[in-house]
Design a protein around this ligand. Sequence first.
Ligand SMILES: CC(=O)SCCNC(=O)CCNC(=O)[C@H](O)C(C)(C)COP(=O)(O)OP(=O)(O)OC[C@H]1O[C@@H](n2cnc3c(N)ncnc32)[C@H](O)[C@@H]1OP(=O)(O)O
Length: 292
Amino acid sequence: MNYEHSMSTHPLKLIECPRDAMQGIHEFIPTDLKAEYINKLLQVGFDTIDFGSFVSPKAIPQMSDTREVLKRLDLSSSKSKLLAIIANLRGAEEAVAFNEISYLGFPFSVSETFQQRNTNSSITESFDTVQKIQSLCVKNNKQLVIYISMGFGNPYGDEWSAEIVSKWVNEMNKIGVNIISLSDTIGVSNPENIIYIYSNLSKDHPAIEFGVHLHSTPSTRVEKIDAAWKAGCRRFDSALKGFGGCPMAKDDLTGNIATEGILSYLEQNNINTGLNMRAWEEAMILSSRVFL
Ligand SMILES: CC(=O)SCCNC(=O)CCNC(=O)[C@H](O)C(C)(C)COP(=O)(O)OP(=O)(O)OC[C@H]1O[C@@H](n2cnc3c(N)ncnc32)[C@H](O)[C@@H]1OP(=O)(O)O
């Protein structure tokens, strides 16, 4: 495999995703405990914390207290930026009003079935929403992160191909989106398709910061991270201990990529993350109270 064209010019960004870890848990996690956990993660020094979402409380009840969690976060001594997931214009309008939030993340699926299931709108309608949200972000000095979910295939029988993913990336590029994370919402990626899709997209759009939001079983975790890294990816979403996954996806969901897997991969490759490992260990301990 020739990686020459995939040498990334983007800096390493680790995105820790407590929102994704918590959102599917049935039992409501008390607001104070959520905030305590996120505050601990804020001390670790990740580039970004995907901390909550402004979505329908009927769709994702666990995130219904995102506003209250936000009030309890201590950003004063953290270099991390906050990302909130939004799935319609209303959520975006709410999120942009908070100075503390730097990034809005929109789940955009190339699978019609999943987009309906996740946001109750079609791909075309969602793209229209994305355009409005992008304008809103520009006006409010926020950055929009598009998650292309089902980026590596889908289980619903909808047509899927690398060309379809590429087409939507082109559309996002045209409207000025410059951070796109390819999400393997249901864990169907493999090293070959990660390298193929990632390398081609980053070659076509060198200015776009592409990331991966992978899901995996522990046994295939390292090979996927390795493939993404070698293809030039420097933006990784993950969750401590691999907790979570999308509750709107099919049932036999594989978990998030575990952050410790990424950290040990980077360490083995002598890449310094500069993270506060003591705070990380404390977050690991605290997680056993959050994820029972
Ligand atoms: C891959 C991933 O992990 S992505 C993250 C997980 N997925 C998500 O977070 C997506 C969540 N999806 C949703 O929230 C929904 O599908 C929506 C809001 C985008 C669209 O759902 P719809 O039913 O079409 O919304 P609609 O506008 O009809 O409103 C339905 C209800 O939600 C409420 N609602 C809609 N938008 C919001 C919002 N942004 N914040 C709070 N409540 C909202 C409405 O008030 C309404 O409540 P009511 O029934 O009590 O009157």
